[in-house]
Design a protein around this ligand. Sequence first.
Ligand SMILES: Nc1ncnc2c1ncn2[C@@H]1O[C@H](COP(=O)(O)OP(=O)(O)OP(=O)(O)O)[C@@H](O)[C@H]1O
Ligand SMILES: [Mg+2]
Length: 287
Amino acid sequence: MISWDDEDKINQSGIVRKGSESLSSGQFKKCAVKLIVESESDNNELDILTELRHQNIVNLIEFGHLGNTGLETHLYMVMELCDCNLTKYMEIERDMSVTSFKFVSRQLLAGLGFIHGRNLIHGDIKPNNILVINKEIFKLSDFGISRRFRREYAHGTQTRDGVGSDGYRSPESYQSDVQLTRAADIFAFGIVLAQLISKGQHPYGPYPVDWQFSIRHSDKFPPKCSNLSIENPQKRKQLEELLTETISTKPGNRPSTRRVEEHEFFSDESVDNSRSIRQRSIRGNPQ
Ligand SMILES: Nc1ncnc2c1ncn2[C@@H]1O[C@H](COP(=O)(O)OP(=O)(O)OP(=O)(O)O)[C@@H](O)[C@H]1O
Ligand SMILES: [Mg+2]
């Protein structure tokens, strides 16, 4: 059984609350409860999340009907409770090491690769839609506008409704006659990575009001990926090149999740190894 207190809100709009799940052992486990409006044509979030089971995707525990409230029927989705979103995490962990950056990035890549492998597009990748547990597990969430990627539409036309959030929306997503592909998620993912490794700075500048315009005219206002907090100049250059490709204006130029994983920046373990050996010896010290 699930119970929640309407006042125990997790996010500002109150759409997500803290709840409690009673287990068969008689114990209680905390959970997150998200309320969504049921619509006959589209229970997207629920349908998609039911299908996705992966360690880097938020876990759906159960769902149910809440009954009618006026004209609308509400559904509730019970999810595992995470500690915070990536926006908050970036505020806390401003000086991220290369090792930690790779650690987070690889998890996000694993989650996104899993989604793309199922012919799905997330559609709204951004720090608020990435959840964190214990500062060590990173999960993609909020599949409210996800959609199935249709090969037959890849070069065709189809109108779309919600397609993401300004600052993370790809340039092509502003054109009504272009069908979105996985490359739109890659663009948003690239922006998130750039923020993670540059103390939260957005590659299109500090002012959210400018983001949409700059992205739509990125030929004139190219993104800035040169403030990366990486000391090693070779590594910094490698990542700068990778991020520039990832947030390229042309969707066809953006790499797949697999290509990002295989990129020399991520595949070269030499820097990571020296760091993790040092970390292990510190932890292993009984003092
Ligand atoms: N399972 C969860 N555990 C902990 N916090 C969560 C969970 N799910 C969502 N949240 C928090 O609630 C916020 C909003 O959730 P979500 O993105 O699913 O809804 P939304 O429709 O985008 O809501 P909003 O309009 O507030 O952005 C997230 O950014 C996160 O901080
Ligand atoms: Mg959201």
